[in-house]
Design a protein around this ligand. Sequence first.
Ligand code: ZN
Length: 104
Amino acid sequence: MGHKKVCFNCRKAFSIYKNPSDEINLTCPECGIITTLINHKFRPPKSSDIKKWKVAEYLKNSGCFFHHVYEKVEDGSYVVVPYPENMSEAEEFVRKYKQNLSPY
Ligand SMILES: [Zn+2]
């Protein structure tokens, strides 16, 4: 398991490689602001894709840390819920899965 630090200012994600004893340096290497620690499953959009970054930022601000969210389906098994691609999907996603969106 790992995390990425994500800079919503530069619209970039940086993988973190660390030993358990290391302190994580959350400063963005490019702009110097404090980045957000997000699950390694987060797939950063292209830096030019501002709309998708807005969606990601909205999800982050709603308490979503991009771990897998599961939904129970008819046969009783669980499926991974796909992450929303646009803002209206994102609002629906947060409304529906708010209680599942605990960090990590
Ligand atoms: Zn930055």
